[in-house]
Design a protein. Structure first.
Ligand code: ZN
Length: 168
């Protein structure tokens, strides 16, 4: 396991701000490599969806996004997805970029969304909320997001302004 040394040098030469290094040090202290799968399992707080979280400057960040940013570059405008399907994994080699629409399609094909039965009383899960928040930050409109999740635009608006789902 030579991962830390080589990648760290690469990272430091690329970006060198104090906050970044502090965040990186905390990140490096927050996972355990799993020798069989190669997954880096997050050992700190995970949200209810199973994704690792790390507080940076008082803001909760998704650990897989941080990993991608540290090792591969800023995933700005895109979702960070797992090839290993282990949500708490932060090994950058197991992460790839997909767009938010692709992410939604993947969810469908894996059967996480039951289409058709949820028109009237759509129930959102915490993973949905994460994807919704990401979609909001990417500039999707409340109506277009709402259509996808079969909820009204004002529901999305409530999530956006943290009237609901404040804890995520
Ligand atoms: Zn993994």
């Amino acid at each position: 396991m030579t991962r830390k040394g080589a990648k760290q040098v690469n990272m430091v030469s690329r970006q060198g701000t104090g906050l970044f290094l502090t965040a990186f040090a905390r990140f490096e202290d927050s996972y355990m490599p799993e020798p069989n799968t190669g997954c880096w399992l997050w050992t700190r707080y995970t949200n209810k969806g199973g994704y690792g979280m790390l507080g940076i400057k008082g803001k909760a960040e998704l650990a897989n996004r941080l990993s991608y940013r540290f090792f591969k570059g800023d995933p700005i405008g895109q979702s960070v997805l797992h090839t290993c399907d282990v949500r708490s994994c932060v090994n950058p080699d197991h992460l790839y970029l997909g767009d938010i629409k692709q992410n939604m399609k993947d969810r469908d094909s894996r059967g996480r969304v039951q289409r058709g039965q949820t028109h009237f009383r759509a129930k959102l899960t915490e993973i949905d909320i994460q994807i919704i928040r990401e979609a909001i930050s990417l500039g999707f409109t409340n109506v277009s997001i709402g259509k996808y999740f079969k909820v009204k635009g004002h529901t999305i608006s409530g999530i956006k302004f943290r009237k609901t789902w404040k804890h995520i």
